[in-house]
Design a protein around this ligand. Structure first.
Ligand code: HEC
Length: 160
């Protein structure tokens, strides 16, 4: 019995240490840029909305690497639940990072780990930005437009 207790204790500590080690060094959700979404009033589809570069990249990666399971606009598909409720509830920035790196066994199925995917891993922040914009209702599902780069200022006129 004593041995079992020791096993339990140290297993838990080890898991905690591992989980900590997997977090991106020193990065927290507070450092992830907030999404910028501009939609016409009462837009029901993201095609009418414009988003910043990071959120747009997040949408691209989501569409090619996550939507097949979690559905367009993270609304769920088949047996796999969407992610809106998760991002509004139990899953924070660290949670998204952890699930992507390690995979996840949920009640509805198993998500494969994507840590070896060179497109997904460098874009976790942008995925989070996009998912947050969806979860907070700022961005409807659909294809957003990328904000145009700021116009350079007009050339100065020469004095006559
Ligand atoms: C092959 C299918 C598949 C792909 C691809 C996939 N997922 Fe998952 N994901 C799942 C399944 C299945 C679960 C577990 C759902 C459950 O049972 O609640 C899950 C769970 C999650 C969770 C945890 C949700 C929660 O409430 O606990 C997050 C976050 C998540 N996925 C994000 C992503 C992101 C971001 C991507 C793309 C980079 C992605 N997933 C790609 C199948 C997938």
């Amino acid at each position: 019995m004593k041995r079992l207790l020791i096993g339990l204790c140290c297993g838990a500590v080890l898991v905690a240490v591992l989980a900590h080690a997997e977090r991106p060094a020193g990065i927290t959700s507070a450092m992830v840029p907030d999404y910028i979404v501009t939609c016409p009033r009462a837009a029901t589809d993201a095609t009418r909305c414009t988003v910043d570069d990071g959120t747009y990249r997040g949408w691209q990666i989501y569409s090619t690497h996550c939507a097949e399971c979690h559905g367009a606009g993270a609304r769920g598909t088949g047996d796999t639940p969407g992610l809106i409720g998760s991002l509004n509830g139990t899953v924070d920035y660290d949670g998204v990072h952890y699930v992507i790196m390690h995979g996840h066994r949920g009640d509805n199925g198993i998500m494969p780990k994507l840590r070896d995917d060179p497109h997904v891993v460098p874009n976790i922040d942008r995925l989070y930005q996009y998912l947050k914009a969806l979860a907070e209702g700022a961005l409807p599902p659909g294809t957003p437009n990328k904000a145009a780069p700021p116009r350079s200022s007009p050339p100065l006129r020469r004095a006559p």
